[in-house]
Design a protein around this ligand. Structure first.
Ligand SMILES: C[S@@+](CC[C@H](N)C(=O)[O-])C[C@H]1O[C@@H](n2cnc3c(N)ncnc32)[C@H](O)[C@@H]1O
Length: 325
């Protein structure tokens, strides 16, 4: 089993390695380098890894730690959105790979560092961008969108039942700050306290998480266009797999998991007949299979050690036939 050079154990680590079945010399893509736990394990098993991250800070830290693999030519790190996977591999002259892994969402360092603006527990700028060199901050997102837009993302990305009311409260708060020229003093802790105070005590007691959790999740997904990036990855990644190549996706909430599940089902099942009683339409032989229908979740030991793993689900797709073979 891999022996990592940092004490950070990535989510579903053993499950990923067991199903990746890396052979020496295989080319793997890690779409979400982060602190490089999964990447390092793939490298230790003899893979050549191309790793993406949108976060320059994560790249700086991890490339220092994994510098020997970069120097030996086994690791290539790309500062880009994984939605660019097809273009990036093409520009490296790579047509197909043995495996693609994505451990979606934000990393613990991003969540823990107040300055990044992802945490509702500490005071920092309302930023939430994974790539701080690109796009607009969460605060700019709020001020440049309508109450209706905010309500829409709270409802769809945050699955927040009180989306309409909370959108109004947040917009009144930022509008007042714009008017009073105090907008730059608004921070994540003030936003989370605002949402908390707009949540009745009775409801707060019922929730098993902080009342601002869903608001922060919705803003983060919108600011980083996380579902747009996943949609593009799901379009491109299966086509980049060599025969027997695997796509391993770890998602952390139902919005992502639903997209992954639907895509894998579409690729691995014959089309349903248009009408009952009619034979199925002629179809090309299936190119993919789903490895474990319900996917894999963390065991009790991992859940106890790493609370973030509690909502993780790993789904695996394998190429079983080359196109037009
Ligand atoms: C959960 S962490 C990955 C942790 C990693 N597996 C490890 O072992 O440390 C997710 C990382 O993916 C990056 N990320 C998320 N979405 C991305 C995207 N669309 N393109 C590139 N990187 C992304 C984040 O910046 C973050 O560093």
């Amino acid at each position: 089993m891999a022996n990592l050079s940092s004490n950070h154990i990535p989510v579903l680590f053993h499950e990923v390695l067991e199903h990746a079945q890396v052979q020496s010399g295989d080319v793997w893509v890690d779409c979400t380098l982060g602190r490089g736990g999964h990447t390092e394990a793939l490298l230790q098993q003899g893979a050549q890894v191309i790793a993406f991250d949108r976060d320059q800070q994560a790249i700086n830290e991890t490339s220092t730690r994994l510098n020997s693999f970069i120097k030996s030519g086994h690791l290539t790190i790309i500062h880009n959105n994984f939605s660019e996977i097809a273009h990036s591999l093409e520009s490296l002259g790579i047509k197909s790979v043995s495996g693609i892994l994505a451990d979606l969402g934000v990393s613990s360092p991003q969540l823990d560092e107040a300055e990044r603006g992802f945490s509702f527990m500490s005071s920092g700028p309302i930023d939430m961008r994974m790539d701080q060199s690109y796009g607009i901050s969460a605060l700019e997102w709020i001020t440049s969108h309508t109450t209706g837009d905010l309500c829409h993302i709270l409802r769809t990305y945050g699955e927040e039942a009180r989306a309409k009311y909370l959108a109004k409260v947040i917009k009144v708060w930022t509008d007042e700050a714009v008017e009073n020229e105090t907008i730059n003093s608004l921070d994540t802790l003030a936003l989370s306290r605002l949402v908390e105070s707009a949540t009745p005590m009775k409801l707060r007691r019922k929730l098993n998480k902080h009342p601002a959790t869903r608001v922060f999740q919705a803003l983060r997904i919108a600011v980083n266009d996380e579902l747009g990036a996943l949609e593009q990855l799901l379009k491109d990644a299966p086509n980049l797999l060599a025969l027997h190549g695997k796509l391993l996706l770890i998602s952390f909430h139902s919005l992502e998991d639903r997209m992954v599940k639907k895509c894998f089902k579409y690729l691995s099942e014959p089309p349903t007949p248009p009408r009952r009683g009619l034979p199925p339409p002629p179809s090309a032989p299936l190119e993919f299979k789903v490895n474990i229908r319900k996917g894999l979740i963390a065991n009790e030991e991992e859940k106890a050690m790493n609370p973030r793993s509690r909502s993780a689900r790993l789904r695996i797709l394998t190429r079983i036939r080359n196109p037009h073979s």
